[in-house]
Design a protein around this ligand. Structure first.
Ligand SMILES: NC(=O)c1ccc[n+]([C@@H]2O[C@H](COP(=O)([O-])OP(=O)(O)OC[C@H]3O[C@@H](n4cnc5c(N)ncnc54)[C@H](OP(=O)(O)O)[C@@H]3O)[C@@H](O)[C@H]2O)c1
Length: 295
């Protein structure tokens, strides 16, 4: 890194934005975190509001409309934030020579494949959220040649704004402490991913000035069902809970969701290997002070 790169982060108050601000800020590139109070895509035009940051080298977009069930009834809103906004940000980046880093999702897939999804697998979203995120991926690539699209999945990490809006790990820990029995899906497979590890990928891409632009699966290694994930959380924390496996069908979710979303991260791994999800989970539990003392 010849000079210190400047990284603009949108959606910085959210889960992933919080991690990027922390990990990059800690001796890495200079980060300018913009929270919704600084840049509100519902009220501000990107080209106008972001003009003051045109001297930055990277723009990382963590803003999304990602309440999956709500997206079904809010088609226009989903495509405005997950599609149109992304196009405007990509144009802004191309116009001012910033590298655009956009965050996407495993939900671009239909989940019928029997082995981990690679970047060259054909997307086939099952719901409005996935379709709008796929539109965003395509618009990022179409409007900004210097782009990275990082697909992440089933995130867990700390959140600066509204920390009470908890991730799956926190929900499990809280339920166990309150002695609340839990029903968890045992036939939906995914690759749980620690936000700090995605942030480390972003820091690496910036610090090494990587120019291998394109699409990457930035997920922790391996796969599990939500039930297996919950079991691992209880094993590592030493907490006990009445955990019942249930099927995806029994949950009657409003939006259809892919049932198999194991993500192959080997393309990214040739540049920056991401560790297995269980190691990342242990690290997260350690930082939260939840690890069992005997470990
Ligand atoms: N969470 C997951 O498990 C998961 C899985 C796969 C992919 N992803 C993708 O990962 C990315 C980051 O997700 P995350 O979990 O970090 O989400 P998050 O915690 O909800 O953070 C998103 C941030 O964007 C802000 N935002 C939303 N709409 C906005 C708008 N119109 N104008 C300005 N700011 C706005 C939110 O502010 P408010 O809080 O004020 O709304 C929030 O700070 C997204 O692209 C998402 O699609 C997430």
């Amino acid at each position: 890194m010849s000079k210190q790169s400047k990284v603009l982060v949108l959606g910085a108050g959210g889960q992933l934005g919080t991690a990027i601000t922390k990990i990059c800020g800690n001796g890495g590139p200079a980060v300018t975190p913009l929270r919704r109070s600084d840049f509100d895509a519902d009220r501000h035009e990107p080209a106008e509001m972001l003009a003051a940051y045109a001297d930055h080298d990277y723009l990382v977009n963590c803003i999304a409309y990602h309440k999956v069930d709500r997206c079904e009834d809010n088609f226009a809103e989903s495509f405005r934030i997950n599609g149109e906004l992304v196009m405007k940000l990509a144009r802004f980046c191309a116009g001012h020579d910033l590298t655009f880093m956009h965050i996407s999702t495993d939900y671009v897939f239909d989940g019928v494949k029997k082995e981990p999804y690679r970047e060259d697998d054909l997307p086939a979203p099952l719901n409005v959220y996935g379709a709008s995120k796929l539109a965003g991926e395509m618009l990022a690539a179409a409007y900004c040649p210097k782009h990275f699209v990082l697909r992440v999945s089933s995130l867990f990490g700390e959140r600066e704004i509204r920390p009470a809006e908890v991730n799956f790990v926190e929900k499990m820990v809280r339920a166990a402490r309150e002695n609340r029995p839990l029903r968890v899906i045992d036939n939906q497979v995914m690759s749980p991913t620690f936000t700090d590890d995605v942030a480390r990928v972003i820091r690496f891409l910036v610090e090494d000035d990587v120019s291998g632009y394109g699409l990457y699966h930035a997920c922790n290694g391996g796969e599990c069902t939500w039930f297996e994930f919950a079991q691992k959380i209880f094993e590592l924390t030493g907490l006990e809970n009445d955990l019942t496996p249930v099927s995806y069908a029994e949950f009657h979710s409003y939006a259809q969701r892919p049932q198999f979303c194991s993500m192959d991260n080997s393309r990214l791994g040739r540049l920056y290997p991401m560790r297995p999800w269980a190691q990342a989970l242990e690290d997260y539990l350690q930082t939260r002070g939840y690890l069992a003392r005997s470990r």
